[in-house]
Design a protein around this ligand. Structure first.
Ligand code: NAD
Length: 474
């Protein structure tokens, strides 16, 4: 069994199990880091900062490209590790998630050389803005897209000239550790990227509280995000929060039918519903409801739930026993709230090596109103609800009727309606006739309980730098 230490600096006293959710076998041990480990890493990062931050931008870009090359050369190995750690089907990790981690590193390598700041003149002197790195920054990521989200945060932090303390989720630490090993293989500068494994309430909290860490970029649940925001507020520490969602898909009768069902099945159930952007509330125009319902059920239940390593598997298991219990408890709640289960609604037994895995069938519910808990709270599993609306106003009111505001999708061929809906939806990201198409230059993040601030492109470069205005009297 593989044992993963946080670094070679300290002897590891406590280990956490890493579990394959498809089999429930313990496949590795990860060190349970401590506040002391965070402190040692911060001091290493502080020592590395003067040299790293003064490198020419093109040179920092070359290091990120080098890391991207090393990762790209080992995509199959990383994909298999990600699949074993998360239960995601191999096609998803091999074709989408690990290549996206490579793309993140390359994108921000380019950003390092393209990032520029403003100058203002003509009213009061000549002003220019310096954008300087913060120093040592912390990034904390969740389990649902482990390497993709980890690189999405650490790449802009490094590109902007910061040194980084990075904590992956303790639930899925394998590929973060493999990335750390890659940095050794390519002789990445010492102390610049420091990966500390461990629990959120110890390592994560120690990062948030550490006075040497100047900014925190966090992706995870709203509850933890709120705690981090409180801790950061006490210290006036900068934080960026990418949190939960309860996203709506607004499906009008004139939706483009040739691609609609394929997209909606993905939006509802990809990664077994464990994507913050999944559309878990399907709002359907009443005159199209019956037709949509019938075809959607047929298309969603046609895909195979099973061994994530097997070719042909479309849906894998939920990530952990705790998460499986949470999702199953929402099925009980939905029944208590009066839901009719029109598809799924139960555990799936997979024969063979996955007999103990945490598999749940794609589940479609109807008969619930917008204000019930099932339609208000983030479940983060393969459970969606169907609700009917009569007109645009009602669709918008239903879409906006949750505390969250991360993303939404609108399905219509009516051009001006699409724009009206996009403008009226309270969400940081709106897709029209598509889902989860991402241009890495665009701002990414949520409103309301879905977060604070934006990541992506120049927004991330801005977050990880401090603007300083310089005014020259002329
Ligand atoms: P989580 O909040 O439980 O944990 C996220 C990370 O925070 C983990 O690394 C964890 O160890 C750490 N953590 C926990 N307590 C902490 C503390 N007190 N201080 C500092 N760090 C702490 O979330 P999760 O269960 O890993 O991930 C699922 C959640 O993430 C869902 O709510 C999902 O919507 C959200 N998410 C949001 C986005 C987005 O971009 N908005 C993307 C992916 C996931």
């Amino acid at each position: 069994m593989k044992r993963i230490a946080y670094s070679e600096l300290n002897a590891v006293e406590h280990w956490l199990d890493v579990i394959d959710p498809a089999t429930t076998d313990v496949i590795a041990k990860v060190s349970a880091g401590t506040a002391h480990d965070v402190d040692v890493s911060v001091r290493r990062a502080q020592a590395a900062f003067p040299t790293w931050s003064k490198l020419p931008n093109a040179e920092r870009a070359r290091w990120l490209e080098k890391l991207a090359d090393a990762l790209e050369a080992r995509i199959p190995e990383f994909a298999e590790a990600e699949t074993r750690d998360t239960g995601k089907p191999l096609w998803l990790t091999r074709e989408i998630e690990i290549p996206r981690a490579v793309a993140n590193l390359r994108f921000f390598a380019h950003a390092a050389t393209q990032f520029a700041s403003e100058s203002h003149h003509g009213q009061a002197g000549l002003n220019y803005t310096l954008r300087q790195p913060q120093g040592v920054v912390g990034v904390i990521s969740p389990w649902n897209m482990p390497l993709l989200l980890f690189t999405w945060k650490l790449a802009p932090a490094l590109a902007a000239g910061n040194c980084v303390i990075a904590k992956p989720s303790e639930v899925t630490p394998l590929t973060a550790q493999m990335l750390a090993e890659l940095t050794h293989d390519i002789d990445f500068p010492e102390g610049v990227l420091n990966i500390v494994h461990g629990l959120g309430q110890t390592v994560g909290q120690a990062m948030v509280d550490h006075p040497g860490i100047k900014a925190i970029s966090f992706t995870g649940s709203t509850a933890v995000g709120q705690r981090i925001a409180q801790s950061c507020a006490r210290q006036l520490k900068k934080c960026s929060l990418e949190l939960g969602g309860k996203n709506a898909a607004l499906i009008f009768a004139d939706a483009p039918k040739h691609t609609l069902y394929e997209h909606i099945v993905r939006a509802a159930f990809q990664n077994t519903g464990q994507i913050c952007l999944c559309g878990s509330r399907l709002l359907v125009e009443r005159r199209f409801y019956d037709e949509f319902r019938e075809t959607f059920i047929a298309r969603a239940t046609h895909h195979l739930v099973g061994d994530p390593l097997a070719e042909g598997t479309y849906f894998g298991p939920l990530v952990s026993q705790a998460h499986f219990d949470k999702v199953m408890s929402y099925l009980d709640l939905a029944r208590d709230e009066g839901a009719r289960i029109v598809a799924g609604g139960q555990r799936v037994d997979i024969p063979g090596r996955c007999a103990k895995g945490w598999f749940v069938a794609p589940t479609i519910l109807e008969g619930l109103g917008p204000s019930c808990r099932t339609n208000q709270e983030e479940i983060f599993g393969p459970i969606v609800t169907l609700q009917a609306f009569d007109d645009e106003d009602e669709a918008l009111a239903m879409a906006n009727a949750t505390p969250y505001g991360l993303s939404a999708s609108v399905w219509t061929e009516h051009l001006s309606r699409a724009h009206r809906m996009a403008a009226g939806i309270d969400a940081g990201i709106v897709w029209i006739n598509t889902w989860m198409q991402r241009d890495l230059r665009t701002p990414f993040g949520g409103m309301k309980q879905s977060g604070l601030g934006r990541e992506g492109g120049l927004e991330a470069m801005r977050f990880f730098t401090e603007p300083k205005n310089v005014c020259i009297g002329v």
